[in-house]
Design a protein around this ligand. Structure first.
Ligand code: FES
Length: 192
């Protein structure tokens, strides 16, 4: 991998934003990954060269964060939370089931490159444990049956049903006027 001319210009602009160039390692790794769909050893070496770091320094950063893929990934990415709430709610069984359904192990892509499966730390949706993401979209309280359906949709290249919205869909709106218990409203209860 070599940065395209355009991405090399972007990389230079990113580096220029930091007083110390090595601080740009995370965004440059994102840039390399967005170009190739994964972080190849050559890509990490190029990032190291641009930043004047040892390749081992960049490799160690890339291996710390789960969002960096160090092997070619499938077209869709299923990320299963393995942290405490999800584990207590059966994430191990869920992961096994998904591996079985996909016919490939965690940390790998299916043979046709349809889906890449990974385990991740807490996805910050502990109240909906066990949970997983497909391309960043949340699926909570995932049962074995729901996992089968999610996997089948992902293998077909479709967006599975039952998710909580892609990041671009996120929004919030009032559910209606708040109800205030009698006696607690403004000025209520004051002597008249
Ligand atoms: S433990 Fe799974 S979302 Fe927090």
């Amino acid at each position: 991998m070599s940065f395209s001319a355009e991405n090399r210009r972007i990389a230079d602009r990113i580096v220029a934003q930091y007083p110390q160039s090595e601080s740009a390692v995370l965004p440059l790794l994102h840039l390399a990954q967005s170009q190739d769909g994964w972080l190849s050893p050559d890509g990490m070496r190029e990032v190291a060269e641009i930043l004047g770091l040892e390749p081992a320094q960049v490799f160690s950063v890339a291996s710390f964060y789960t969002m960096y893929l160090r092997e070619p990934a499938g077209k869709k990415i299923i990320s299963v939370c393995n942290n405490i709430s999800c584990m207590l709610q059966g994430s191990d069984e869920l992961l096994e089931r998904i591996e079985h359904r996909l016919g490939s192990k965690c940390g790998h892509s299916t043979s046709g490159g349809e889906v890449y499966l990974e385990e991740v730390e807490c996805l910050a949706a502990c109240g909906g444990a066990p949970c997983l993401q497909v391309d960043g979209e949340y699926f909570e309280n995932v049962t074995i049956e729901a996992a089968d359906s999610i996997v089948d949709s992902a293998m077909r290249g479709e967006r599975p049903e039952g998710g909580k919205g892609l990041p671009s869909d996120f929004y919030s709106e009032p559910l209606g006027a708040p109800s205030i218990p009698e006696g607690l409203g403004a000025n209520e209860g004051e002597g008249s």
